[in-house]
Design a binder for this molecule. Sequence first.
Ligand code: ATP
Ligand code: MG
Length: 330
Amino acid sequence: LDLKNVDLKKLSDLGQGNGGSVEKVEHIPTGTTMAKKIVLIDAKESVRKQIVRELDIIIECNSEYIVTGYGAFLENPNVCICMEFMDKGSFDGIYKRVGPLPVEMVGNIALSVLEGLTYLYDVHRIIHRDIKPSNILLNSEGQIKLCDFGVSGELNNSIANTFVGTSVYMSPERIQGADYSVKSDVWSLGISLIELALGAFPFSDPPDDDDLSDLEDYARETQKTPTYRDSFILSKKMAKRASKRKSRVPLGPDGGLTTMSIIELMHQIVQEPSPRLPEDLFPTGAEDLVDAMLLKSPEDRKTPKELLTLSWIKAIRECDFNIKAWAALC
Ligand code: ATP
Ligand code: MG
């Protein structure tokens, strides 16, 4: 597919991140709806060209757990990346709309991301480097896919040493300056899963006492862990409260973390015990999986492929939870 900017008609804005913005577009010659990511690269023309060449690999990634890449091109001073449009958006937006996710959804996200990471690493020797809810997408077919993986060494370099490259999902070893490995992605997934299960970021904005007592009441009344069938009222209530609650981490004027709070958070990630799912609210298999992902030392932490063999992942594969029906509600 020979992608040219003139062939792309903008339909709407999908969102803005630190590194760029994403638009919903139509590729007029083929009538395909795509997501077009526009990244401003503050570097020489030769570096930008190199990045576009390296991005060609996204076309070769072929997995049901990875967003299909259509191609990349230069539109100076921007690099544009066109990919499959996922109509339910990313899970950060989803949980902020509907509240904490049912535990089966959390399990299916774990399964899909672990499969996606295993594919990227086994087949292409790619490490994702930016696992977080905004890079995990859902469509109304009920498919869960990864996007924004670090295929380009040059692109990684041009963002790695800036604050833009500093993420609250970073593993302790990464914060301490060690190299990335697939296991750093596993840490980031563990943090993301807790965030999705609680409907709040586990370090800065933990669920408050009202949230926890709602969850406990629910578990007691129904004699089971929070699940899909009737957790919707509960989710809505918590989402409403979370939107009113002020974040406990001081935010900068643009709504982002301030320099000071980033440093405090980094300190916390390295020094304090890892976050965990609150006890007795989730299946023990879910607790075990998240605990295994959040082992501090990368030597102890398992790879995505190894984690796919854990019992809860097996249970999730066999469970008949209908992702498509759930996606229709969000
Ligand atoms: P960061 O820049 O820190 O990585 P981010 O992932 O939110 O944050 P972008 O990657 O620029 O930033 O994405 C912006 C938003 O666009 C995402 O939050 C997501 O909701 C939406 N988005 C990205 N890719 C797609 C896609 N393929 N289909 C549908 N929506 C998408
Ligand atoms: Mg992204």
